[in-house]
Design a protein around this ligand. Structure first.
Ligand code: NAP
Length: 359
């Protein structure tokens, strides 16, 4: 009888253990879900923890947060599979840089080199570097990657301090791997800070995937697109693994892209404007615009500086093109004045949706 009683007790114990095991299993899978949710909501969680530790200074908190973001981005770079990471792409007007979603910092003003070739290009880029410019925009199609590379190498400025963007043209997309190698050879500056696809075109997804491979191989650091608008981005992004860090589109007071910029920013992508001064053939009209000239006079600045500053305050990186050292210097002096809200609105009101090129 006693043996039967013990047997019943043992059975009851086993049943209860098995129920506990099931319960534990349920909890652990709940934990996994929580953990996954925690990953997407990690910003909020981090904030809470930090609020409970007032001993940590604000600077330390920011540093820690930046490190967290960088770690996430580092993982993104290694995995190459998570294109959902978005960060804070607001401009730092102290350092004059923006932190890209790739984890790299990029200056918010630079020089564009379209139509500058040979010695003119070398001299213009050299003048820009001497004026403190650290961002240079070139492209296969500008036929000046060698000249840009030459100016960078001869500058004596540490390579890490200069950010060079180049682009693949659609006629290179079908053999992008070879085109990337060609750009590396022409530039001859160890690595490319950022490579863009110049325009949408046949095989653009394949070309982007080839650029992703070059990122994994350490040949390119960040990726981006040029002349991609809302529809094109909606279609393109689901087909790639690494979220573009930058989109470079036509932006100036007569073509403002006010519908496109917030969309791109919303994806955690930095926006860069080409033809910031309207582009060659259009600059006189834009620089002579009455509203812009009036605002420039009020600040004791030039019309070009006001337009470039308007871009920066809208969160648009500027790359004005110039071969004139005085203009190049002038285009760097954008941080000793600020446009008021009213002045920004007056320039916003100049939008004519007037494109100055076909793409
Ligand atoms: N992704 C694309 O499809 C695409 C398309 C076009 C351009 N881009 C890029 O965007 C860059 C900028 O465009 P852009 O160079 O064609 O046009 P831009 O910057 O709008 O205008 C360049 C013109 O402005 C003049 N300029 C520059 N600074 C000035 C100043 N402070 N005062 C008066 N005039 C000034 C230049 O003349 P001076 O030489 O006399 O200074 C030049 O004629 C290009 O260089 C290129 O890198 C990209």
């Amino acid at each position: 009888m006693k043996r039967l009683y013990n047997l019943i007790l043992a059975c009851l114990f086993m049943v209860s253990l098995s129920a506990c095991g099931k319960q534990a299993g349920t909890d652990s899978s709940t934990d996994q879900v929580m953990e996954q949710q925690g990953q997407t909501e990690s910003a909020g969680t981090t904030e809470q923890t930090e609020q409970e530790q007032p001993a940590v200074s604000e600077a330390e908190q920011t540093e820690a947060q930046t490190e967290d973001i960088l770690t996430d981005r580092e993982e993104q770079k290694i995995e190459g599979g998570d294109n959902t990471v978005t960060g804070d792409i607001s401009f730092n007007f102290e350092t004059k840089t923006v932190l890209l979603n790739s984890g790299y910092e990029m200056p918010i003003f630079g020089i564009g080199t379209y139509s500058l070739t040979g010695d003119t290009c070398v001299e213009s880029v050299t003048a820009a570097l001497n004026s403190g410019v650290r961002l240079i925009d070139t492209a296969y199609m500008y036929h000046n990657e060698e000249s840009v590379g030459e100016a960078v190498r001869n500058s004596g400025i540490p390579r890490e301090e200069i950010f060079v963007i180049t682009k693949l043209y659609p006629n290179q997309f079908s053999d992008a791997e070879a085109a990337i190698e060609e750009a590396l050879v022409k530039l001859d500056i160890d690595y490319i800070d950022m490579m863009l696809l110049h325009h949408p075109g046949t095989d653009d997804v394949e070309a982007y995937l080839a650029m992703e491979k070059a990122v994994a191989d350490g040949k390119i650091r960040s990726l981006g697109l040029s002349n991609w608008y809302v529809e094109e981005l909606e279609e393109f992004i689901p087909q790639i693994n690494i979220m573009p860090a930058l989109v470079q589109n036509e932006i100036h007071p007569y073509y403002q892209e006010n519908d496109v910029i917030p969309y791109i920013h919303g994806l955690g992508i930095v926006v860069q404007g080409w033809y910031p001064l309207g582009g060659r053939g259009y600059t006189a009209e834009l620089l002579g615009n009455e509203v812009i000239s009036e605002i420039a006079a009020a600040h004791g600045k030039s019309s070009a500086q006001v337009i470039l500053r308007w871009n920066l305050q809208k969160g648009v990186v500027v790359i004005p093109g110039s071969s004139n050292p005085d203009h190049i210097q002038e285009n760097t002096e954008l941080f000793d004045f600020e446009l008021t809200r009213e002045e920004m609105e007056r320039i916003n009101a100049l939008d004519r949706r007037e494109k100055h090129d076909w793409y």
